[in-house]
Unconditional design. Structure first.
Length: 76
């Protein structure tokens, strides 16, 4: 988990598929779910911070995710 004032993100590496799962402490709003690599996990049991899941499988996805990670950091 990553912490500012409180946890704003947690990261789970999936080594077999070379994917990073990032959970952010952000509300999964419609504009945040437009990204192909994002998903609402508010009704899904998961081990992680927050209800927005990002599945990062490329450098491009990571670059696109950085504004969301920054939003979570600023909000927490």
């Amino acid at each position: 988990a990553f912490r500012h004032n409180k946890n704003f993100a947690s990261v789970k590496p999936l080594l077999a598929s070379l994917v990073l799962i990032i959970y952010l402490d952000l509300e999964p709003t419609k504009d945040r779910l437009e990204y192909v690599f994002s998903r609402d996990v508010s009704d899904v049991g998961h081990n992680g911070t927050g209800d927005l899941e990002l599945r990062i499988s490329s450098k491009e996805y990571l670059e696109q995710a950085m504004p969301l990670i920054e939003q979570s950091y600023q909000a927490n």
